[in-house]
Design a protein around this ligand. Structure first.
Ligand SMILES: *[C@@H]1O[C@H](CO)[C@@H](O)[C@H](O)[C@H]1NC(C)=O
Ligand SMILES: *[C@@H]1O[C@H](CO)[C@@H](O)[C@H](O)[C@H]1NC(C)=O
Ligand SMILES: *[C@@H]1O[C@H](CO)[C@@H](O)[C@H](O)[C@H]1NC(C)=O
Ligand SMILES: *[C@@H]1O[C@H](CO)[C@@H](O)[C@H](O)[C@H]1NC(C)=O
Length: 471
């Protein structure tokens, strides 16, 4: 009996030693991702593509998020030759920028613009370039540095996209240029087929970001996508003039960051990424933006694709800053944001203009210009709101159309089946109604629902034309 007890202890000790050696090994591998062999003996490299899909000063936050991410990757040990950045680059030196040449991503934050590599700027920030860059197709790229992902079968790829979105799409600086979920997914599948990565992590900050993947991203591609919002809700800006903590007053009420983005970025700034898994960060971010709170004012951070990747340490995608080695915890970044810290992304342009009017001297040309812009924007939105119901009425020849505006398909089903129909609708909605990604395109779900009902496409296009030319 006693010898058996002794034997058991020995077995236990042995198991314990093997286990610690294994976990030490994993940790070492993760720490030295660039130099250490992966399990099949081949060397892997970390690659990243960062993209801010908007322009203009009131969209400050997207480029701020992207620049901040760049700084994290660099401090984390990724090399410039493995990072590709898309940003319009009209913020740092905008005449509206109170700190010329500087971009910050939080009220007391450091400059995140300094040193950022800019591969694709201005009009080179577009769908065609983005898709060809991730595909590694040099001949498909126009303008910019011409650099593309040169990743291979042993590499990890990290893609981070910050922009406006709408059901089924993400925006680009040119309003007519949109990234349709279906096209993005097709390119990801091609990358998988051509063995352009071993594992891939995609973070998306946008309204209805979940609709880019829901029912579309297959689970067997070794891709994990984490989105700021689910398929049917807005995302939120933060560090805005109306929120707490506010940005410095000279920022006129603009938002310095996005809630989901600053949550993962600030978490990555502080912690040792060789000890934090993707799952842990997912939970930190959900807690910080209050995804589980019973509030309409919160978005639900969501994930899609290959769940096994959640076990991976972040270091093997975004690196880790050696200075964070001994960091333990920080209450600020793990406690939920206040309601008053969040602004619905679609309200930001209006708030920005209102604040501008408040701050400009009476009768000044700036004030008049801002007043006119605000009025135009409010009228435009009202018109879009009215047109969409009219479009639905004319297409399905019924008056009761409200359910088409809000009805969503069951979880796990893509927004639409006939993407050609969807694309045609969107193009017409843009062309005839002037729908833009930061407001009007929020109604694309209704257009998708019409496609799903099998309504004749020509009939709907003429409904769109008719509804919007009445005005
Ligand atoms: C690369 O881009 C060019 C130009 O758009 C296109 O013709 C070609 O098919 C692309 N190649 C691949 C492998 O996608
Ligand atoms: C929105 O989508 C989520 C899943 O993505 C679902 O649980 C929820 O019920 C949907 N909400 C509405 C109002 O359809
Ligand atoms: C946040 O707002 C929601 C209503 O949108 C409310 O139910 C909730 O109590 C608020 N939370 C806090 C902490 O103020
Ligand atoms: C972390 O702590 C260890 C042990 O005290 C120390 O050797 C190391 O230099 C510390 N690292 C940093 C970045 O401060």
């Amino acid at each position: 009996m006693s010898s058996l007890g002794y034997f058991q202890i020995l077995v236990f000790l042995y198991a314990f030693l093997v286990f610690s050696a294994e976990s030490r090994k994993t940790q070492l591998q993760n720490n030295n991702y660039d130099t250490e062999s992966s399990e099949d003996g081949a060397k892997g490299t970390r690659w990243a593509v960062l993209i801010a899909g908007s322009k203009e000063f009131y969209n400050y936050r997207h480029q701020a998020d992207i620049c901040h991410a760049y700084q994290i990757l660099r401090k984390g040990g990724l090399k410039d030759e493995n990072i590709i950045v898309f940003m319009y680059d009209d913020i740092a030196f905008s005449p509206e920028n109170p700190r010329p040449g500087v971009i910050i991503n939080r009220p007391d934050g450091d400059d995140v613009y300094n040193g950022v590599l800019k591969d694709y700027t201005g009009e080179a920030v577009n769908v065609k370039n983005f898709l060809n860059v991730i595909l590694g197709n040099e001949s498909g790229v126009t303008g910019g540095s011409g650099r593309v992902l040169k990743s291979g079968p042993h590499d990890h790829v990290f893609i981070y996209y910050a922009d406006h979105g709408a059901p089924g799409l993400l925006g680009m600086p040119d309003d007519e240029d949109i990234l349709l979920a279906k096209d993005f997914i097709q390119v990801l599948e091609k990358m998988h087929q051509h063995k352009r990565y071993k594992k891939m992590v995609i973070y998306v900050e946008a309204c209805e970001a979940g609709s880019m993947f829901e029912g579309l991203l297959k689970k067997n591609l070794n891709i994990l996508a984490v989105t700021a919002s689910n398929a049917n809700e807005s995302s939120y800006g933060t560090y805005c003039g109306v929120t707490y903590p506010p940005p410095p007053p000279e920022y006129d009420g603009n938002c310095l960051g996005d809630a989901f983005s600053v949550s993962w970025l600030e978490d990555s700034d502080l912690h040792d990424m060789s000890k934090e898994t993707l799952k842990q960060q997912y939970q930190v971010v959900r807690r910080r933006i209050g995804s589980d709170a019973e509030s309409e004012m919160r978005s639900h951070v969501s994930r899609f694709g290959t769940e096994e990747l959640l076990k991976d340490y972040l270091v093997s995608y975004i690196g880790t800053n050696p200075e964070n080695e001994n960091f333990t915890s920080n209450g600020f970044i793990s406690s939920p944001m206040f309601n008053s810290s969040l602004v619905n992304t679609r309200d930001i342009p209006l708030l920005y203009l209102k604040k501008k009017i408040e701050k400009s001297p009476m009768d000044s040309p700036q004030r008049q210009e801002a007043q006119k812009k605000l009025l135009d924007e409010i009228n435009h939105r009202k018109q879009i709101d009215e047109s969409i119901t009219e479009i639905l009425r004319l297409s399905i020849k019924q008056n009761n159309v409200l359910n088409l505006l809000t009805s969503t398909r069951s979880t796990g089903k893509a927004l639409v089946d006939d993407w050609d129909c969807f694309k045609t609708m969107i193009t017409s909605f843009q062309k005839y109604c002037g729908a833009k990604v930061d407001y009007g395109l929020k109604y694309t779900r209704a257009l998708a629902n019409i496609c799903n009902m099998g309504v004749d496409m020509k009939q709907t296009v003429s409904a769109i034309e008719q509804a919007c030319s009445i005005k």
